[in-house]
Design a protein around this ligand. Structure first.
Ligand code: ADP
Length: 262
């Protein structure tokens, strides 16, 4: 029980020690509370698709139904299983980010990574009639883990497509801004309500629970982005786009690409 406070009295030294002890205890308690909250939220998210799978399989077993309906239900089970898979993957990623295991960072040009992500997401964008404009400037090297950088750009760009309107627009750019490298992902979607902006990077936070869940989201993507950006010494901000939509800006410190040693 960390909540017990030790009384502060006596000499300065004792007082200082006692205060330091109380601060430490409070910090431990709040990180323990956060951990407990995380486990409880995660369990809740896992339960929802599991409950659907159980319901669907029970009704296939217990009800007479035509083969077509049966196939439909089995398809639903598959989709729920996929959702569980994606969710578990995200939870694992977050757990790894929380552990103090350091991954090897390297200095690399961010532009090819951004290009790769956009290429991967083009089919999804096309499906929704969304056009993606890209800007790549030279000399955008940052200190990062390549998989992290890929994930950062992927989550932001996928959101820009997912939370957009049919036939909307997405802009992805990477450019040098002084001694920084700036990644911008913007969209023409409905935008994020101002009162939600400060919560958007919290774990399990969703603006529109029903709509986001239908899109397969658990509110973890942006918290993963946030932690990965920090691990690459960067910062991330979000703002409303004039005329509708959202702009996410990630700023990394620029690192010179090391010269070939030969
Ligand atoms: P999810 O997996 O639910 O998409 P995220 O952490 O990626 O989780 O995003 C959290 C919430 O922020 C989303 O549920 C959505 O409501 C909102 N959001 C994220 N990106 C955008 C965007 N580009 N436009 C509008 N809303 C967004």
């Amino acid at each position: 029980d960390y909540s017990q406070q030790s009384p502060v009295r006596g000499h300065d030294e004792v007082e200082r020690l006692s205060r330091a002890f109380n601060e430490l205890a409070a910090r431990l308690e709040s990180s323990e509370a956060r951990r407990r909250q995380f486990v409880s939220d995660a369990s809740h998210e896992l339960k929802t698709p599991l409950a659907s799978i159980k319901l669907l399989s029970d009704s296939i077993l217990q009800n007479e139904m035509d083969p077509e309906t049966q196939r439909e239900f089995i398809g639903d089970i598959g989709r729920e299983a996929d959702r569980l898979g994606r969710l578990t993957q995200k939870l694992l990623t977050l757990t790894k980010l929380d552990s103090s295991v350091e991954e090897e960072r390297e200095i690399l040009d961010a532009a090819p990574v951004v290009r790769k992500v956009v290429r991967m997401l083009l089919p999804l964008a096309r499906l929704r009639g969304i056009g993606i404009d890209t800007t790549f400037e030279p000399d955008c090297s940052v200190m990062t883990v390549e998989d992290d950088l890929y994930q950062i750009v992927f989550n932001l760009t996928e959101n820009a497509i997912k939370y957009n309107r049919q036939d909307g627009w997405v802009g992805v750019s990477i450019r040098r801004a002084g001694d920084q490298v700036e990644l911008r992902v913007e969209d023409s979607g409905a935008g994020i309500p101002p009162e939600s902006m400060e919560h958007i990077f919290e774990r399990f936070y969703r603006v529109d629970k029903a709509r986001s869940r239908a899109a397969g989201g658990a509110g973890l993507g942006l918290s993963i982005v946030h932690d990965m950006v920090e691990r690459s010494y960067g910062t991330i901000t979000v703002q409303a786009r004039p005329g509708g939509g959202t702009i996410f800006t990630v700023r990394f410190p620029h690192f010179d690409l090391e010269e070939d040693e030969t």
